[in-house]
Design a protein around this ligand. Structure first.
Ligand code: MG
Length: 158
């Protein structure tokens, strides 16, 4: 049994029929993390924000997301890969060797890509690289886009 203090509360309020959500919903309950569908910034640890429906790319934040439960995210990344998605790390951290080494050392066996935006809004940064994201997994959603953008409305964040 997971200790109450080790539990993370995830938020999702997108399309409940999305394949990625079905996978996450099952996985979160198996791993005893909580899932809510109402916006409460004091309760929520990590946001699951649906963006481009047709994409298979899943952007996962590092600080206070993967770092909050490394074992959980390691198994989740493998499950997503097996299900045909392409998860990658997208962090606001600076692109220096030490940051990459730290992240790579935890996720070595998954061989996933790591993008370091150096403080730039993640959504714009990835679009410039030609990557449209299906789902953002992040504890700090203003880091995804600094402007009021459709994905926040679509995921019921005011
Ligand atoms: Mg973070």
């Amino acid at each position: 049994m997971r200790d109450e203090d080790d539990k993370l509360t995830f938020f999702y309020c997108g399309d409940m029929n999305a394949k990625v959500f079905k996978l996450l919903e099952k996985n979160l309950s198996e791993q005893e993390h909580d899932l809510v569908d109402f916006y409460n910034e004091f309760l929520i640890d990590i946001y699951l924000l649906l963006d481009k429906l047709k994409s298979k790319y899943i952007a996962i934040d590092w600080d206070n997301t993967i770092s909050a439960d490394q074992d959980y995210f390691l198994q989740l990344i493998k499950k997503l890969q097996k299900a045909g998605f392409t998860p990658f790390v997208c962090t606001l951290r600076a692109p220096d060797k030490e940051n990459i080494r730290e992240i790579r050392s935890v996720l070595e066996e998954t061989n996933i890509a790591i993008y370091l935006t150096d403080g730039k809004p993640k959504r714009k940064y990835m679009r410039k690289l030609g990557v449209k994201v299906h789902l953002w997994i992040d504890d700090f959603y203003p880091g995804i886009s600094d402007e009021s953008c459709k994905i926040f409305a679509r995921n019921s964040i005011e």
